[in-house]
Ligand binder design. Structure first.
Ligand code: PMP
Ligand code: GLN
Length: 389
């Protein structure tokens, strides 16, 4: 019997490809989004203690109760919505598993799911595995009059049909760095009330917003919270992307369906990490100080790029910024990213990789994504190399 792929269009993801290319060519890697600094030693010690205290067997399927309770308290204090930890919060193997379990649980074959382009790479394969039909709505790309990407909610609404089950949202947004405003939430409330669709809200960069902006979670509006699965990850917040611990929240009815998938994909998540995080999350300082920590790095990279032939775009959140290289080259974004690694020793991600048709001209705007979750010396080395171009 011949093997027919469930995901014929999926290859190795761009982050893995570019990290490997960076390694092969000894390039400074500002591509894949991961911090190159260490987590808080206090958190590492808590994991050690948890292991020695005997937390090494299967924890509860939905997550260690103390951690779920802390997550619930944190969300209430930040966004004013009280999720019940026993039925409305599940600890997952990173945001990735939360996203995939939600899609598999909530999307039925033939359902349409709206995704806003550019988009994070797993949404479309996740929708397809569930048998759903991705419907892609493009953001407005940056222009001379408006230097950032923006979402046109009317265009999103125009894509809604009777078969639309869900809208996927990701703010603060990877890769563009844009965040939602209160007016965006108003527009979303109107959409949700009018059309009754579900929201899948990927909020993994919730604690990284700049210039005094507050993250506006779907959990902060009762109308949205009723229809939303809100997803976050400790990876981004505590510099522990390799631990793969995240969580999702939703109404009990929605969560019951997500847990059915969760229990048969991973069943549960590593117990010593959960025990450690249950204690660590109680202290708000690490996440309340994170925006300032990253804002300094954003400013440093952005102001130094201004002195080069690259033009940085504004970044309102996340640990990414986009840079326009049109003064340097007219290569496509993927070709340019390869050239930059091979010829100049700096690795970036082509923004076109976040498009449905990466090679199409409409998906190429002369932009690369740079990750500034890096030590000063890493950023300095990259800036020095970029300045020579
Ligand atoms: N969503 C977005 C937008 C991301 O950028 C990432 C990871 N960088 C994830 C989800 C996955 O998060 P995790 O590593 O916790 O699975
Ligand atoms: N989310 C990270 C990024 O955008 C990468 C995660 C991954 O490699 N799958 O760079």
């Amino acid at each position: 019997m011949s093997l027919t792929s469930r995901l014929p269009n999926v290859g190795t993801n761009i982050f893995t490809i570019m990290s490997q290319l960076a390694l092969d060519h000894n390039a400074v890697n500002l591509g894949q989004g991961f911090p190159d600094f260490s987590p808080d030693p206090v958190l590492l010690e808590l994991v050690n203690q948890a292991m020695h205290a005997g937390h090494n067997q299967y924890p509860a399927m939905a997550g260690v109760p103390a951690l779920r309770q802390r997550i619930g308290e944190k969300i209430f204090s930040l966004y004013g919505h009280r999720y019940d930890e026993s039925s409305e919060i599940t600890v997952t193997s990173g945001a990735t598993e939360a996203l995939m379990s939600s899609l598999l649980a909530l999307v039925h074959p033939g359902d349409e799911v709206i995704v806003i382009e550019p988009f994070y790479d797993l949404y479309i394969p996740g929708i397809q595995l569930a048998g759903g039909i991705p419907v892609v709505v493009s953001m407005n790309p940056p222009s001379a009059s408006k230097p950032s990407y923006s979402v046109d909610w009317q265009r999103v609404e125009a894509a809604i049909t009777k078969r639309t089950r869900m809208l996927v949202l990701n703010f603060p947004h990877n890769p563009t760095g844009i965040v939602l405003s209160e007016a965006d939430l108003d527009a979303l409330e109107t959409l949700v009330e009018k059309h009754g669709i579900l929201l899948l809200c990927d909020e993994v960069y919730e604690h990284i917003t700049f210039d005094g902006r507050k993250h506006l979670s779907a959990a902060s509006r009762p109308i949205l919270a009723e229809k939303a699965v809100v997803i976050s990850s400790f990876g981004k917040t505590y510099h522990i992307t390799g631990w793969k611990v995240g969580y999702c929240t939703a109404t009990a009815a929605i969560m019951a369906e997500i847990r059915k998938v969760h229990q048969f994909t991973v069943f549960t998540v590593s117990s010593p990490f959960q025990m450690a995080l249950a204690q660590y999350v109680a202290n708000p300082l690490p996440y309340t100080q994170l925006s300032a920590f990253y804002e300094k790095r954003r400013d440093y990279l952005s102001s130094n790029l201004e002195k080069t032939s690259f033009r940085p775009l504004p970044s309102e959140g996340t640990f990414f910024l986009l840079a326009d290289y049109s003064a340097v080259s007219s290569l496509s974004e993927l070709e340019f990213a390869r050239w930059l690694t091979l010829e100049h020793g700096v690795t970036a991600i082509p923004v076109s990789a976040f498009y449905n048709a990466p090679k199409a001209q409409e998906s190429n705007h002369g932009l690369i994504r740079l990750c500034f979750a890096k030590e000063d010396k890493t950023l300095d080395q990259a800036i020095e190399r970029l300045a020579r171009i």
